[in-house]
Write a protein that binds this ligand. Structure first.
Ligand code: CA
Ligand code: CA
Length: 322
């Protein structure tokens, strides 16, 4: 998208100069700086509260519907693309990072691709977290993730099961959204099954048997309708890693504590995935639908998985009643 904006003035300039050598060349305008050196466009998500979960289907682990209050944050408008993944990964590897899956992942045989504008696939949860830290350091921001509660050693390698209190939640660096932040952003003020209403069609998302031209394959990010908070592909394409350990009983156990900036259980064996993917049915793409997987998953199912980062906007955290 940024490339298109830059390319048009160049083409215009070339045409102006092509038919008359006496004309002073039109200066090529300086491209508008991208929001970040990594070309990642972020949408601003306002602070607020919403009803998390659903009673729509048989998935009892989406219940009870409970009220959640969140601070404002920024969220990537698109799933992380293969080109963005490579750019930040390569920067990280040149600056002390070691990813668990350095080999290039994604391939046509599993419906993924290394086309630069498609979502990256096959990413471990650990590597998604490492990538967020690398992106933060690449942009001169304070990293979010550390290897202990002292928060003195930046997480740059290995498979570390970072605890909730090892995270600088108010840092200006990137991190994965919490499960609550993800659903809040996906709903964008709606209470329907999808952010577009109670049904979904091939013009709204990439899913299985959607009847689009990308059956069983990823689509370039941003190919479908965005939600009102300017986020694309929250339903479908690749399912997205979020921060939380998957807690099947978590919604019912948290009470008031879970209602304010909930960050999930303190331990677990699976991490949450959200939004469904290109092989999911429409039910799997619902705003409230919860998926999960081992954080080091390397099975063929890894090729259904991607992620998108967020950044906190700061603000005074609501602590709840003492
Ligand atoms: Ca499809
Ligand atoms: Ca998605």
């Amino acid at each position: 998208m940024v490339l298109v904006l830059v390319a048009i003035p160049l083409l215009v300039a070339a045409c102006d100069n092509g038919d008359d050598d006496d004309v002073t060349p039109t200066p090529i305008p300086t491209p508008t700086p991208t929001p970040t050196p990594s070309d990642i466009e972020m949408a601003s998500i306002p602070r607020g509260s919403f009803s998390m979960g659903s009673t729509e289907g048989d998935d009892w682990y989406e219940r009870p519907v409970h009220s959640v209050m969140l601070l404002p944050f920024y969220m990537a408008r698109y799933e992380v693309t293969y080109a963005q993944w490579v750019k930040v990964r390569d920067w990280g590897e040149a600056h002390g990072y070691s990813f668990n899956m350095p080999e290039d992942r994604g391939g046509e045989e599993e419906g993924g691709t290394q086309d630069e504008n498609h979502p990256v696939t096959g990413i471990e949860w650990y590597d998604a977290v490492l990538w967020c830290n690398a992106l933060s350091e690449m942009e001169g921001r304070t990293p979010s993730y550390y290897t202990s509660s002292a928060k003195s050693t930046v997480y740059r390698s290995g498979r570390v099961d970072i605890q909730n209190d090892w995270v600088k939640w108010d840092a200006d660096g990137y991190r994965l959204p919490t499960e609550a932040e993800w659903e809040y952003a996906c709903r964008a003020g709606t209470t329907t099954k999808y952010s577009f209403g109670n049904s979904i069609s091939r013009s709204n998302a990439n899913y299985y048997h959607g009847g689009d031209s990308y059956e069983n394959r990823t689509t370039p990010v941003g190919s479908y309708r965005r939600n009102v908070w300017d986020l694309y592909d929250m339903h479908g394409n690749v399912s997205e890693w979020v921060w939380d350990w998957y807690g099947i009983l978590y919604y019912g156990s948290g009470g008031l504590v879970a209602g304010v900036n909930p960050r999930g259980p303190s331990s677990g064996s699976y991490r949450v995935l959200r939004g469904g993917h290109r092989r999911d049915s429409p039910e799997g793409l619902r705003s409230a639908a919860r998926g999960s997987s081992p954080p080091d998953d390397r099975s063929f199912r890894a090729d259904y998985k991607g992620f998108r980062p967020v950044r906190s906007q700061g603000g005074v955290e609501y602590k709840g009643a003492d």
